[in-house]
Design a protein around this ligand. Structure first.
Ligand code: NAD
Length: 521
């Protein structure tokens, strides 16, 4: 597996934003469209894909089968690395990034043959005599996979495994914030797939921008809305598909009959796991007023019980910490009430206390933008209708949870939610289920990860028609004669273009014209 070392570009979002402003003021996108080295990697990956895509599917399954064992054997190493590089507690790292991916390998190795199987298309033998058709699913070709830093092992694997099994080659660019995790992911495949089938490209935004314009067949992107838009533009300009998994602003809706302890514990985990650096972190809680006095103190107590550094992760980057601080300060200045946590004593610290605030005014970045940090805002609402309407009033739409004893009521509310995933009495963990689609609405993007549905991006369909008709010509071929015209209009009338008697008359005209036409008239 070849590694292309590229400059790690702007190391913080601030720098990236400043560079973007500089690009804009220079009148265009100053990022390179492609580099010669990348061109060579793409050509090599294309050659490799042709051979890999042509191998029998059982051989590809066999090749990836040992990935599960490799992943599980390296669980401790992965846990330690994610602790160092991202700041996650090791058990959280293994539970979210190792074990679900073992399930992922099992799922795809066991089901991919059935999921990629072709299907016959029914053709009416009278209209289409001698013909049969089949749909097959072919590899998309060369996939560019660009991923973020918050789940740097799990997110790439969720696409790599089905993409490679489907016969694609992949050029994988992990986040510049977590290069060691990216390299570890690539190393898991070493020796399993032929040279060039999986290529690791390291680097930052410049490497990503070059990759999306390097002549690939699909860009599978997970990251921020701002970058996702640029990737979408690059895809549109080249007319290549782009799969986008972007930011979130998940809501939890708590109904009056919720199980209070379970709900409080679930919401606290959903908000603070990975220090809230989760696209599906709970960043808004809407609780109906009937139970505010029972629920809010439980949430506050469960938050205060979290042990720093044991239960809680560190914020991964300084840029992210600054965004979180900014959101908290603006909300407090706008009148939010601090119920737990608050700013760290040392504003330069990445250990940010899990923080709970209560507010009424949602016109603040903490309620409108993605915070991606350990802050849990609570809004008390009159009833569930208000909760649903507030939850839906976001430009994001990844996952929403509903907390209630009445599953049927939860299911009814789920239908009203503008959300790619809805969980009743749980939150967000479904990203770990390989058979369940992970997808969003609005600015969360339209990509689908996991489940058979992700194959619609990773493959393209091909239709093959076989014709065993030995006749010299088809009904609709040349020459165009008066008999053919009669056949065409009569058929339109018989099939619904005329009323009852008109259809009977057309049927007899058809009976007269059809043999004439079939025998050459
Ligand atoms: P980011 O957009 O800054 O970076 C993501 C990746 O894109 C990185 O590898 C980066 O180097 C690359 N990149 C940067 N500029 C690029 C360009 N112009 N062209 C191509 N690639 C470019 O995002 P981030 O800060 O790494 O990740 C956090 C974001 O990811 C959050 O918004 C989070 O919600 C989102 N996310 C979404 C999901 C999901 O499933 N919806 C999952 C995880 C994270």
């Amino acid at each position: 597996m070849q590694q292309a070392e590229e400059e790690v570009a702007a190391s913080s979002k601030d720098e990236a934003d400043r560079a973007d402003e500089a690009d804009a003021s220079a009148g265009g996108d100053a990022l390179p469209s492609a580099t010669p080295e990348l061109g060579e990697l793409v050509a090599r990956a294309r050659r490799a894909q042709q051979a890999w895509g042509a191998t029998a599917l059982p051989e590809r399954i066999e090749a990836l089968f040992s990935l599960k064992r490799r992943l599980l054997e390296r669980a401790r190493e992965i846990g330690d690395l994610l602790h160092e590089e991202c700041g996650k507690p090791v058990e959280e790292a293994v539970l979210s990034e190792v074990l679900p991916n073992a399930d992922l390998v099992d799922y795809w190795c066991n089901h991919v043959e059935e999921l990629l199987e072709g299907s016959a298309v029914d053709l009416d033998p009278l209209s289409y005599p001698g013909k049969s058709g089949r749909i097959s699913k072919e590899a998309r070709g060369l996939v560019a996979l660009i991923t973020p830093w918050n789940f740097p092992i799990a997110i790439p694997l969720r696409t790599l495994v089905p993409a490679l099994l489907a016969g694609n080659a992949v050029i994988f660019k992990p986040s510049e914030v977590t290069p060691r995790s990216g390299a570890l992911v690539a190393s898991l495949f070493a020796g399993l797939v032929p040279e060039g089938v999986l290529t690791l490209v390291e680097g930052g935004r410049e490497a990503g921008a070059a990759l999306v314009r390097a002549g690939v067949d699909l860009v599978s992107f997970t990251g921020s809305v701002a970058t996702g838009r640029k990737v979408a533009v690059a895809g549109a300009e080249q007319l290549i598909p782009v799969s986008l998994e972007l930011g979130g602003k998940d809501a939890a809706i708590v109904l009056a009959d919720a199980r209070l302890d379970r709900t409080a514990n679930g919401i606290v985990w959903g908000a603070f796991t990975n220090a809230g650096q989760n696209c599906a972190a709970i960043e808004r809680v809407y609780v109906v007023e009937a139970i505010e006095k029972e629920l809010i103190p439980r949430i506050v107590a469960a938050t205060k019980a979290l042990r720093p550094g044991i239960d809680t992760a560190r914020i991964t980057t300084e840029a992210q910490r600054d965004i979180v601080l900014g959101h908290l300060r603006a909300a407090l200045e706008g009148g939010a009430e601090l119920l737990a946590g608050g700013e760290p004593d040392d504003p330069t610290s990445l250990d940010f206390p899990p923080t709970v605030v209560r507010l009424t005014d949602e016109d603040t970045p903490l309620m409108c933008d993605e915070t991606f940090g350990p802050i849990l805002p609570i809004v008390v609402v009159k009833d569930e209708a208000e909760a649903v309407s507030r939850a839906n009033a976001s430009r994001f739409g990844l996952t929403t949870s509903i907390w209630t004893r009445k599953i049927r009521r939860g299911r009814e509310l789920a239908r009203q939610l503008r959300s790619g995933v809805v969980t009743i009495n749980n939150h967000a963990f479904t990203a770990a289920l390989p058979a369940a689609p992970w997808t969003g609405i609005g600015e969360t993007g339209y990509g689908v990860t996991n489940s058979p549905h992700c194959l619609s991006a990773l493959t393209r369909v091909r239709f093959v028609l076989e014709d065993r008709n030995r006749g010299a010509r088809e009904l609709w071929w040349y020459p165009y004669t008066p008999a053919l015209r009669t056949v065409a209009f009569s058929m339109a009338e018989v099939r619904g273009g005329a009323r009852f008697f008109g259809r009977i008359a057309a049927f007899f005209r058809l009976l007269g014209a059809l043999p004439k036409r079939l025998f050459g008239g």
